[in-house]
Design a protein around this ligand. Structure first.
Ligand code: APR
Ligand code: PHB
Length: 425
């Protein structure tokens, strides 16, 4: 993505808006929703089709902070009817299951509500608002973010068959460009000198969706000698289950029967059985952490996965995106109302402060609950990994025995507080 390219060919079409948003994930769609409530015009451009973004299976836990935001901005109706309120989780290790009560520790909860449901609610709201969302765009490039006239160039096919036909070159002029284009997006590359920091974990998650009623009332996080396993859910009829696997593993190596047997082993508890059902989705996700040095440069700002990825054990990816956008909406409101630019710089500082606290929490959960088998050398290192495992068991036992430690987990899990940066008028 280039920044200042003076010799661009003339576009076929010019569009104008106040805020150009790249990416129609939860971050981009929520920002467009919040801006619309303030009467600030935005155009969203998205690489994928509407069907694709509506179908994507992603996370499923909303912290209380996120639920409060969604309710406040008119997106709470279906969430309140269909979301499942959970007042705690189960931590399992050493063959025993321990309930951790968020309610008792901090008086707060989380809600089980799939990310694709949040996206569906946002799309329904945008349909009503008439938001301009351009799908199936290609070759997106951000220009002139150092000037007061930034713009985004992209291409889209004119034909309904998106693989053939003439390409239309579009220029989207805006006052601010927002990169909400996820981890694989390109917007952050338009920030000169941006630094990134990250970590690749030596394990991945195999996630499955199964048509079977959950066998548990609340989520089970289990550390087993053979690796981590989790029992989550999406609804009273659909279970979501995860297994720690090797990052080099492929789903072909995991036929359904092997998945159920491994889940049975890692979640086993005397007197408890895991219900089985048809597996409708199966995918392996690498586990990484990553964050940028700044989320703002000139007329370009970043939000959501474009700026940070957390490992999924803390269930924080979607929630961090919501927190970013909540703050960004407030900063943009001040920009458009009063021309006050300081708030955009402050947005980056404040958002990253939360990001690094949540990186710490997600990393803590991840390392506490996954086995590092120590096979970098190709030879299992039982001396070191056996030591690590026993220390993890000690850590978990201390956690469930210590109210202050439980309160720390519960505080993070149900969501750090968010100040209201600029209430909508
Ligand atoms: N041009 C236009 N759109 C793009 C481009 C591009 N160059 N690159 C990526 N996109 C789109 C992707 O197709 C995707 O729809 O940007 C969107 C980014 O959405 P997400 O990856 O969902 O990221 P974000 O909106 O920040 O959501 C936060 O929380 O649960 C986690 O990772 C999970 O998606 C989740 C995230
Ligand atoms: C999920 O249901 O997808 C989920 C739940 C809890 C996590 C991560 C993912 O920590």
């Amino acid at each position: 993505m280039t920044q200042n390219a003076p010799n661009l060919p003339a576009p076929d079409t010019r569009l104008h808006t106040s805020v150009a948003i790249i990416g129609a994930g939860p971050a981009g769609l929520l920002l467009a929703h919040l801006l619309a409530r303030r009467g600030i015009d935005a155009v969203v451009i998205e690489r994928q089709s509407r069907e694709h973004i509506s179908r994507r299976i992603r996370a499923g836990v909303l912290e209380q902070t996120s639920v409060e935001v969604l309710r406040e901005v008119g997106l709470g109706d279906r969430l309140d009817r269909q979301g499942l309120q959970h007042r705690g989780i189960h931590l399992q290790f050493n063959g025993a299951r321990h309930r951790v009560s968020f309610d008792d520790a901090v008086g707060r909860s989380v809600w089980i509500y799939g990310q694709h449901e949040v996206v569906a609610d946002l799309l329904a709201s945008h349909d009503k608002l008439g938001t301009r969302i351009v799908y199936n765009v290609q070759n997106v490039a951000v220009h002139n973010v150092d000037s007061n006239a930034p713009f985004v160039r992209f291409e889209r096919r004119r034909s309904p068959d998106l693989r053939v036909g003439p390409v239309e070159r579009v220029e989207l002029r805006a006052q601010i460009v927002v990169g909400a284009d996820g981890f694989h997006g390109a917007a952050r590359q338009a920030i000169p000198g941006i630094e990134t920091f990250g970590h690749e974990y030596p394990y991945a998650w195999l996630g499955v969706l199964a048509n079977v009623a959950p066998s548990t009332d609340e989520l089970i996080y289990s550390l087993h000698e053979r690796g981590f396993a989790m029992h989550s859910m999406r609804s009273p009829e659909v279970s979501r289950l995860y297994l720690q696997v090797d990052p080099g593993d492929s789903v072909d190596a995991w036929p359904d029967e092997r998945i159920w047997e491994e889940l049975d082993t890692r979640l086993a508890l005397p007197g408890w059985t895991l219900g089985r059902g048809e597996i409708t989705d199966k995918a392996i996700t690498p586990m990484r952490a990553f964050a940028v040095s700044t989320m703002h440069h000139g007329r370009l700002v970043l939000a959501g996965d474009a700026a940070h990825i957390v490992p999924p054990a803390g269930a924080k990816g979607l929630n961090l995106a919501i927190a970013d956008v909540w703050r960004l909406d407030g900063a943009l409101a001040r920009w458009f109302d009063t021309g006050d630019r300081a708030h955009l710089a402050q947005y980056s500082t404040d958002a990253l402060e939360r990001v690094w606290q949540v990186q710490y929490f997600s990393n803590w959960m991840t390392r506490m609950l996954h086995r590092d088998f120590g096979t970098e050398s190709g030879v299992p290192d039982e001396y070191r990994s056996g030591f690590e495992y026993r220390m993890q068991l000690g850590q978990l036992q201390h956690l469930v025995d210590t109210p202050a430690a439980i309160a720390q987990l519960a505080g993070f899990y149900t969501g750090l507080p968010l100040q209201d940066p600029a209430p909508a008028q």
